[in-house]
Design a protein around this ligand. Structure first.
Ligand code: NAG
Ligand code: NAG
Ligand code: NAG
Ligand code: NAG
Ligand code: NAG
Ligand code: NAG
Ligand code: NAG
Ligand code: NAG
Ligand code: NAG
Ligand code: NAG
Length: 669
């Protein structure tokens, strides 16, 4: 093998769980579901494929799901992972970071009706006899990671999905927000931004609830029994999760930009974690809260905001309802505590070309980057420690987060990876339809378009150091059993009964990722398609023109267009050089091309970072400041235009163009 491979955690996320956006995949078009013949495997590829056996995956999954796996709680599990890798030819080790985390101590929530009667909520998920881990004595309470310790007692307002535009709509409707508690629906932006926005509008607490309206076709209303009797959502399921301000800074909030060691200086974290308490609740417990607002404020169907009205039996009125008061309490324990990234290495012949493959081991429930759930902590601290080495040698970072939560494959990547990533899909059989390839299954749902990377998983730190990155997984489609994201019901029992009985999808995902890594490691030229990157830049440019047009203002983007053209020329030259290196079989030339391919992404990073979020440095794509998960392209320019700051937008046309020209220079021949 030419390149070194650095494996991080487990190949396939076993019961899966993560910061990642759990949004459903759109309806599958069965009519478009074709089966094109599988591209045949070479002898080496066959060896790699056949090394996957579903029984081992099942055993490992059992192991990971039957012991504590909340960040920082189980060193044994991390060491077990490293030991299994060592047994299989990797050099295994643990890298420890000493990070700020907080753990739940106690919480309570009650609704006082205008007639003074009080309804206490349990804040508990059901214990199910069928699902043994739901009754574990050390199961994790429902809570938000990095949440604020505090109490609030106030009338409350339903704020939809809690984006800035939702709050602006409430302000326009004259709904009082100051001093009230926010009741926000999950979905859309990352949950931490909902809490951040509530505080920004003067609110004093935030309750987050899951709505079955986001569950696709598999709901009780459509006749399906809830888990464990059927595939619909268990009404008591609660989505835990971090409330860090992920679009500003991931990683340990007390060590921005440097690794968390025992003696590291600790910075003020207040700019990236909430200043008001928050609690996640189930839909069963959200119903009385929503219904108490019925008839007060503006009815949901008149608010005119995306997905404002969900599927519960209520009008989703804004409130507040005079005299309907929530009392909430959230007590967390701060800890500066070790977490353990399990690392496994296979040396290749070229020490200066490295592939990093990662998945996280921690999860919100019971439970091999560690600390991903709190805000990508394990991966961010690791990248911060090894940044010099990584920017010298990393060729790619391949991420898998929720390996399998449904049958709907998803793929996002920096565009130079699109061609190899989709070509490899044509070699993997996807279990849904006999003989159907992963490529056919994926393209039926995604129109053959590879997604743009936003944030929400461990690729973030790599991408924003200018490292080519890819994120793959398999998500819940509208017709799949409901994935109980961040709930106690995301369990071994759920996975073996509904999610992936027999672990066939897990094996297929593992085969895909292995084959992709194998080609990047072994092909004589790193299999990057640079002209695809040029095409992507042009399409982001067109999107930007639309954004500018929608403001009715003008912005001179000619410098950006010129930079993209320059990139296109260099990308074409580099591609010609690659063809020459291959046809002449010239090793020195191949090395030159490989170095250009490895390094060109570094050019896209802007030294000072994006406005007001220094961590995020990539000028081409970043998570939206008010979405957290979803990407924004040319973020420096686009977000300034959206905010109406055309001085900043003009400045960022310059900085973005500079980044693109730097990347072009690296590719130039
Ligand atoms: C760590 O996880 C393993 C495997 O699930 C489990 O056996 C062990 O009890 C856990 N350790 C702790 C301290 O919870
Ligand atoms: C108070 O109002 C709630 C909600 O309408 C109702 O369920 C409850 O029965 C009422 N309690 C009394 C004592 O009237
Ligand atoms: C399934 O969901 C899709 C998209 O939401 C919808 O168009 C379709 O009618 C649904 N089918 C059923 C049987 O509910
Ligand atoms: C929402 O849209 C409807 C129909 O377009 C309109 O009648 C109503 O006034 C709008 N409501 C608000 C609050 O703007
Ligand atoms: C929804 O609520 C209304 C009004 O309280 C009630 O009459 C109706 O039966 C409820 N519908 C369902 C499906 O529970
Ligand atoms: C916060 O609320 C809890 C639960 O109601 C209560 O025990 C505690 O005394 C309150 N703390 C403060 C500071 O009011
Ligand atoms: C891999 O390479 C590193 C760095 O050169 C070296 O320290 C290590 O011993 C090598 N491991 C093996 C198993 O060859
Ligand atoms: C799947 O492919 C195999 C081998 O090409 C073939 O023998 C079999 O008939 C195919 N099955 C279906 C259902 O198409
Ligand atoms: C832009 O102009 C159009 C047409 O005059 C108008 O409908 C729209 O509201 C304007 N948009 C903004 C953001 O001012
Ligand atoms: C607009 O951007 C400039 C340059 O980044 C900044 O100095 C200024 O404060 C911004 N204006 C507003 C109103 O945010």
């Amino acid at each position: 093998m030419r390149l070194s491979i650095l494996l991080w955690l487990v190949y396939v996320c076993l019961t899966s769980s993560c910061v990642r956006d759990p949004a459903l995949h759109p309806a599958r078009s069965l009519l478009r579901r074709q089966t094109t013949p599988r591209v045949p495997l070479t002898a080496d590829e066959t060896v790699l494929f056949d090394s996957f056996d579903t029984k081992t995956i099942e055993e490992w999954s059992y192991y990971y799901t039957h012991g504590a796996h909340l960040a920082g709680t189980n060193r044994t599990m991390a060491q077990w992972t490293a030991d299994r890798w060592s047994e299989n030819g990797f050099q295994g080790r643990l890298d420890q970071y000493v990070t700020y985390l907080n753990y739940p101590v106690s919480h309570s929530l009650s609704l006082t009706y205008p007639n003074a009667s009080v309804l206490p909520l349990s804040l508990e998920e059901a214990v199910l006899v069928e699902d043994e881990t739901t009754s574990y004595p050390n199961r994790i309470p429902t809570f938000n990671g990095y949440s604020f310790t505090g109490n609030a007692t106030a009338e409350y307002v339903y704020v939809g999905r809690g984006q800035v535009v939702d709050f602006d709509a409430l302000v326009a409707l004259g709904i009082p927000l100051e001093g009230k508690i926010a009741l926000a629906k999950y979905g859309g932006p990352f949950r931490g931004l909902k809490v951040k926005n509530a505080a920004l509008y003067g609110m004093v607490g935030c309750i987050l609830f899951t709505d079955p309206g986001d569950d696709g076709n598999i709901t009780e209303a459509k006749g399906y029994a809830p888990y464990p009797d059927g595939p619909a959502r268990n009404p008591t399921s609660v989505q835990r999760g971090s409330v860090q301000f992920l679009s500003t800074y991931p990683g340990d909030p007390t060590t921005p930009g440097y690794p968390s060691k025992e003696d590291s200086p600790r910075a003020d974290k207040s700019a990236v974690v909430p200043s008001i308490p928050s609690l996640p609740i189930s839909y069963a417990e959200a119903i009385p809260l929503l219904r108490a607002l019925d008839g007060f404020g503006t009815p949901g169907d008149q608010v005119n905001r995306t997905k404002w009205v969900g599927a519960l039996n209520a009008t989703y009125s804004t409130g507040p309802a005079p005299g309907a008061v929530l009392s909430m309490s959230n007590v967390m324990r701060d800890a500066i505590t070790p977490i353990w990234d399990a690392i496994g290495i296979i040396n290749g012949t070229n020490q200066d070309e490295v592939i990093v493959i990662g998945n996280h081991r921690d999860a919100w429930i019971l439970c091999s980057w560690d600390g991903e759930e709190y805000g990508l902590v394990g991966s961010t601290e690791w990248v911060e420690e090894y940044v010099n080495w990584l920017t010298q040698s990393a060729v790619v970072y391949l991420n898998i987060d929720v390996g399998v939560s449904g049958k709907s494959p998803s793929l996002s990547a920096t565009p130079e990876l699109n061609t190899i990533a989709t070509d490899i899909m044509k070699k993997v059989i996807w279990p849904t339809v006999p003989n159907q390839t992963l490529y056919d299954a994926w393209s039926a749902e995604n129109d053959g378009e590879v997604g743009v990377l936003g944030s929400g998983s461990d690729f973030t730190s790599f991408l924003h150091k200018g490292i080519s990155s890819l994120d793959v997984g398999s998500d819940q489609g509208v017709d799949d059993p409901v994935y109980h994201y961040h709930s106690n019901f995301d369990s071994y029992h759920w996975m073996t009964t509904y999610g992936d009985p027999g672990f066939h999808y897990h094996a297929a995902m593992g085969q895909y990722l292995t084959l992709l890594a194998y080609h990047i490691a072994n092909d004589e030229i790193i299999p990057y398609d640079l002209p695809v990157y040029s095409t992507a830049l042009h399409s982001y440019y067109d999107d930007l023109q639309e954004t500018i047009k929608s403001t009715n203002q003008t912005l001179d983007t000619s410098e950006l267009f010129a930079a993209i053209t320059e990139f296109e020329t260099s990308a074409n030259e580099a591609t010609a050089l690659k063809n020459q290196a291959v046809s002449s079989n010239d090793d020195a030339l191949k090395t030159v091309v490989n170095q250009k391919f490895r390094d060109f992404q570094r050019g896209f990073t802007s030294a000072g970072g994006l406005p007001e979020r220094e961590f995020f440095k990539h000028v081409v794509n970043a998570p939206g400041i008010d979405t957290g998960y979803a990407p924004t392209t040319f973020p420096g320019i686009t977000e300034a235009v959206e905010a109406g700051n055309f001085t900043r937008a003009a400045e960022w046309v310059g900085r973005t163009s500079l980044g693109i020209r730097r990347a072009a220079d690296i590719l130039k021949t």
